[in-house]
Design a protein around this ligand. Structure first.
Ligand SMILES: [Zn+2]
Ligand SMILES: [Zn+2]
Length: 230
């Protein structure tokens, strides 16, 4: 079998976004921060993709660096949103939930500086509609039904609404449950912010057991899933 890329990726600010080809267009995994809608339009134009081809937006979780221009995208494309029930209220409010802690003291220090420049954890609110998909946990069917050979896994730990996409070739789009970011702070692949670190490790184990081979995080470059175990 030849290696065949079934997705595209591009970075907007600190966030990597992924586009999966589906039967009638594309699934976008995450939007970046608010204010990145125009750069996003340029990125997809460069890839030869028309805005109208984006049929689904899968939010790995609701945080502002993932849902930043979700409302704008939905307004422009009428794409259908895929999210966890725990994302519904914070999306509607347009604010990241205050349930995470820095994973260690060095991260805490780095972010105390970063927050001097950061404009807060708000984003334009998004109310989910009747035809959106609110997934209560793992889902084996949704992606297959739209022509993608993969599944959706519930992978909490960073946030209580974290979803990952696992393709049958082992590509895993994990949002923030694993990162490749700020590694000099000694965090390895741990998320910089966590809700519960043991739940993060359980989600890693789950991903590996289910066949994840290459981890595509939202923050940082892809890496081998072997780096999550042992
Ligand atoms: Zn996050
Ligand atoms: Zn993030």
């Amino acid at each position: 079998m030849t290696a065949h890329r079934t997705f595209q990726s591009f970075r907007l600010g600190f966030t990597w976004c992924y586009l999966l080809k589906c039967r009638d267009g594309y699934v976008l995994i995450d939007t970046s921060y608010p204010g990145y809608f125009q750069p996003f339009q340029k990125c997809i134009a460069r890839l030869g993709i028309d805005m109208s081809e984006i049929k689904y937006l899968l939010l790995t979780h609701h945080h502002d660096d993932h849902s930043g221009f979700a409302a704008e995208l939905v307004r422009k494309t009428a794409c259908r949103v895929i999210a966890h029930p725990n994302a519904v209220a914070p999306l509607k409010k347009g604010e990241s939930e205050d349930t995470v802690q820095p994973v260690n003291l060095r991260v805490k220090f780095v972010f105390s500086i970063f927050q001097l420049f950061h404009r807060g954890f708000r984003f334009p609110p998004l109310s989910l509609a009747e035809n959106d998909f609110i997934l209560t946990g793992d889902n084996d069917d949704l992606l297959k039904n739209i022509g993608i050979d993969g599944r959706i896994l519930y992978t909490p730990g960073h946030s209580r609404d974290s979803l990952s996409v696992l393709l049958s070739d082992g590509s895993a789009f994990v949002g923030d449950v694993a990162m490749n970011f700020l590694r000099p702070t000694g965090i390895g692949h741990r998320p910089i912010f966590v809700e519960d670190i043991n739940t993060v490790y359980a989600s890693w184990q789950r991903l590996v057991e289910e066949g994840a081979k290459v981890i595509y995080p939202s923050h940082g470059k892809p890496f081998s899933s072997r780096e999550l175990v042992g």
